[in-house]
Every structure is written in structure tokens, then in C-alpha cells.
Design a protein around this ligand. Structure first.
Ligand code: TYD
Ligand code: MG
Length: 455
């Protein structure tokens, strides 16, 4: 047998080094390297003397068992998952503290328990009484969920081993779990990884859908090692502003379905309510046209969502460095757009503070937002309101071209349905062929300076 190798894992970023260092070479964190338990390395041999056993190969075309998805009872949850829970799969659910992860999963567990499945909910953060109180508030106290407050993975798996495997197992959260076979406090990389490994193995062997709740660090990544994201089948993120009502469930990785569908929920007094038609949600009550506000028909997977983009420009008198702040959109993308507006359209933002906000706590990831952001910025700079009945979409290149985007006709159709009268988008190309709804007047633009002329 080969000699065990020493490995040191950074507790902050999960990177592995072969010797101990004071500072992690990857993330720069000090004193974060911890020696892992020794690992044994095997080498490939032409006989079976290593103690390994032969594995079975099956041809790809041989009919196998296709796992049947189970509906969770919350259509928005199923939609984000790509069509329901897959037995024997592991889902990692991340999100800011207090965003509603525990609430959502308790509701899912209750639905499954009420529709003939069995759900087990293990809380490492709250006492069973607290979870029960929440269930009462959600009107779910009668749901036959098996509830436990535990943090030892060995205890949890031993107990589960004595009963029939449940359809759904929720672990809230993976950072609170610990295994007595692994060194380190709960929440350290080796504990999180080891506990997740044991739980995932149990789920795969028994056809259980496992949901691991994961804490999120300040920069939005799921705390603990990135390897956790590689170990699970689905990574979901529950997003929103705590001060706003709406929550979006997004899948960032999905081995069984698409990753661009979202589930939309509203946090209400009695839990999360599903929002089946979200296209209106992120429009503020607009009456009079306001300078700096532009409506963007965004696409979330196959669904259009209309969002309002707000820009504010404050001229500075002194020579102080102007601030730029973006909420709900990419910072770098805004800097790029400002540079293109300066270089290609001759607009001057350099001595002004620029603020950009996407209404309703929504986070935009659709690249077609460029044109709407540009329109909002130009409108704010000139203090000229945009027409109240217009929507804007299109991607802007560094050369100042307005480029075609996907789903142009769905964007226009939805805008017309919601009462908008005109759309401004890319001219020509597959996305900008002017195929419009009769109710909507489409203006195709090819260069950013054309946009400035129209505002
Ligand atoms: P929670 O599910 O505990 O969040 P997480 O597990 O992501 O940390 O949700 C906590 C917040 O949700 C809390 O601030 C109160 C709010 N809430 C409601 O508004 N309505 C409800 O019915 C429930 C249960 C919670
Ligand atoms: Mg919680």
C-alpha cells in the first residue's frame, strides 16, 4: 500500500496545499491551513491484489431505471428544480440568513408529508419547539413531518437506518452538523465535507431526496468549501432583499434540468406564497413619467419579467471622487456602459455621482438589460423622463453597437400584454427582426448614439 500523503486544506476557501503555510496561497487568508486526516493513495494495478473489487459496466443504450420525479406541491419550487424532486439526489440550498430557507423547506416537507410521502426535517439550528412554532404559524402543525433537533451525523444516520427511508430529508444546516470521526469544529471545511459525504451517500443508496441548507458568506458564495457544490447534484440559491416581500429561487447548477428557470415567492404573514405570474411584480406603481426610470422586459428562463431600472445622477461641485453604486446589477457592467456612453456618445459622467437601482430587490443577470440601463442613465443625465409606455432591451457592445438578444418576440408580447405601447430594441438580426405584436410599436436601433438622439 502506498504511503499516506499529507494535505493541508484552507478553511476559508477549501484549496489544498502539500505543505503548511502561514498564508493561503489562493485566497490570502492567514492561519487558515489545517492538516487533513491522512489519505491513502492507491495506484492502478493489473491484478486485484490491491484489495479493490471489480465494478460492473453497462452499455449506455441498455434500458435502465429512470428515476421518477416527485412533485413537491409547490409549483414554483418544482419549476426552479426543473420539474420536481429527483429521488436519490442531493440539493444544496444557499441564501442569506433570514431570507426564508427554513420556511420554504418546512413548507415543502409538509406538502410531501401530506401527499403520501414521508419527510424528515432535522434542524441543527433551532430546537424542535421553535420549528413547531414556525409550523403553527404556517398553518402546517398537523402535517406528519418527522421533526428532530440534532447535529450529530452519526446519530442521524443511525436513526434513519432503523426506519424506512423517507422521500425527503432536510438538513438545516450542513454547517451545524458534525461527525465524531472527523477532527475540527462544526462548520470547518473537513467537517462540512465529511458530513455532506456521509449524508449524500445515504441519500443515493436509499433513493432519498436530500436537501442541505448552506450558509452564505458575505460575498454570496456558500460558506465552506467549493467542493460541496461539486458533491451535490443541484445548487440552489434563495435570493431577495429581506426588506422586500419577493423572493426568487434560482438553480445555479442542476444535473437533471435547466438552470435558467426561477421560482418566485412572496413572504407573507403565514409563510411563502407562490407567485405564478411574476411579470408585473417588479414594476413600481408608475403614474407620471420620471427622469431616470426605464422598464426592461427581462427573461428568466422561459418567463418574461418586467423590471424597472432607476438611475440617479448627482452633479458634484467639488473635485471629490464621484461615487458609483449599483444595486441589482453588475458593477463592472455599469462601469463599461458608462465608458461606452462617454467614448461613443460624448456624454460626460466623470464629475457626477451615478446610482443605479433595480426596483423591488430584483437581481438582473440578463445581458439584454444594457439598453434599458443606458436609457435610464441618459434620461437621468439630461433630466428628461422617458415615455411612460415604452420598454427597452438590447445588448450594447464596446463599439457602441446595439446587438440583438434572445427572445425578442416574447419580451415584446409580454410588454404589450401589460399595456406598454412601444418597445425600443436592436435593429436587424434574429432578435430584432421587428416581428411585433400589433399592439406594440417597435423601434429598431443599431448604434447607441441613435438612442441618445431619441431621448
Ligand atoms: P427563515 O425561514 O427562518 O430564514 P432562514 O432559514 O433563511 O434564515 O425566515 C425568517 C424570516 O422570515 C423572518 O425574518 C420572519 C420571516 N417570516 C415571515 O415573514 N412570515 C412567516 O410566516 C415566517 C415563518 C417567517
Ligand atoms: Mg433557517
Amino acid at each position: 500500500m502506498a504511503k499516506p500523503k499529507r494535505r493541508y486544506t484552507c478553511q476559508a476557501c477549501g484549496s489544498v496545499a502539500s505543505r503548511w503555510q502561514g498564508q493561503c496561497a489562493d485566497c490570502g487568508e492567514w492561519n487558515s491551513l489545517v492538516e487533513d486526516a491522512p489519505q491513502t493513495v492507491f495506484s492502478a494495478k493489473h491484478d486485484l491484489s490491491s484489495g479493490g473489487r471489480p465494478i460492473q459496466f453497462t452499455p449506455l443504450d441498455q434500458p435502465g431505471e429512470v428515476p421518477k420525479r416527485r412533485a413537491s406541491g409547490l409549483a414554483e419550487f418544482d419549476r426552479a428544480l426543473g420539474g420536481g424532486l429527483v429521488p436519490g439526489s442531493a440539493i444544496l440550498m444557499g441564501g442569506d440568513p433570514g431570507i426564508g430557507k427554513s420556511t420554504l423547506l418546512l413548507q415543502v416537507a409538509a406538502h410531501i408529508a401530506q401527499s403520501g410521502g414521508r419527510s424528515v426535517y432535522v434542524s441543527g439550528e433551532e430546537a424542535a419547539g421553535q420549528v413547531r412554532l414556525r409550523a403553527e404559524r404556517l398553518g402546517l402543525s398537523k402535517a406528519p413531518i418527522q421533526l428532530a433537533a440534532a447535529t450529530s451525523v452519526r446519530d442521524i444516520l443511525t436513526t434513519l437506518g432503523t426506519m424506512e427511508p423517507p422521500s425527503l430529508l432536510v438538513i438545516d444546516s450542513i454547517q451545524t452538523m458534525h461527525s465524531d470521526q472527523i477532527e475540527g469544529a462544526p462548520g470547518t471545511v473537513s467537517q462540512v465535507r465529511g458530513c455532506a459525504f456521509e449524508l449524500i451517500r445515504y441519500a443515493k443508496e436509499n433513493g432519498v431526496t436530500l436537501v442541505l441548507v448552506g450558509h452564505v458568506t458575505k460575498d454570496g458564495t456558500i460558506a465552506g468549501p467549493r467542493v460541496l457544490e461539486h458533491m451535490v447534484d443541484v445548487v440552489m440559491s434563495f435570493e431577495g432583499e429581506r426588506s422586500h416581500q419577493y423572493r426568487i429561487l434560482r438553480s445555479l447548477k442542476n444535473r437533471f434540468g435547466p438552470v435558467d428557470e426561477i421560482g418566485v415567492f412572496a413572504m407573507e404573514g403565514d409563510g411563502l406564497a407562490e407567485v405564478g405570474n411574476p411579470s408585473m411584480l417588479f414594476l413600481s406603481g408608475r403614474e407620471d413619467p420620471m427622469a431616470g426610470s426605464a422598464v426592461f422586459p427581462a427573461m428568466e428562463g422561459t418567463r418574461p419579467v418586467l423590471v424597472e431600472i432607476q438611475a440617479l445622477i448627482v452633479r458634484l461641485q467639488s473635485g471629490a471622487t464621484p461615487r458609483r453604486a449599483v444595486v441589482g446589477w453588475d458593477n463592472g457592467r455599469m462601469a463599461m456602459l458608462l465608458a461606452v456612453l462617454e467614448a461613443r456618445c460624448g456624454l460626460n459622467f466623470s464629475s457626477a455621482e451615478v446610482y443605479l437601482n433595480v426596483a423591488g430587490g430584483y437581481r438582473l443577470s440578463d445581458p439584454a438589460a444594457d439598453l434599458a440601463v443606458a436609457a435610464a442613465l441618459i434620461s437621468a443625465l439630461g433630466d428628461k423622463p422617458l415615455p411612460n409606455d415604452a420598454v427597452w432591451f438590447g445588448e450594447v457592445s464596446l463599439a457602441g453597437e446595439i446587438r440583438p438578444v434572445a427572445h425578442a418576440s416574447i419580451r415584446q408580447r409580454e410588454s404589450a400584454k401589460l399595456g406598454f405601447g412601444r418597445a425600443v430594441g436592436p435593429a436587424g438580426g434574429p432578435g430584432g427582426d421587428g416581428k411585433t405584436d400589433k399592439a406594440l410599436r417597435f423601434t429598431g436601433l443599431s448604434m447607441l448614439p441613435n438612442l441618445v438622439d431619441r431621448i
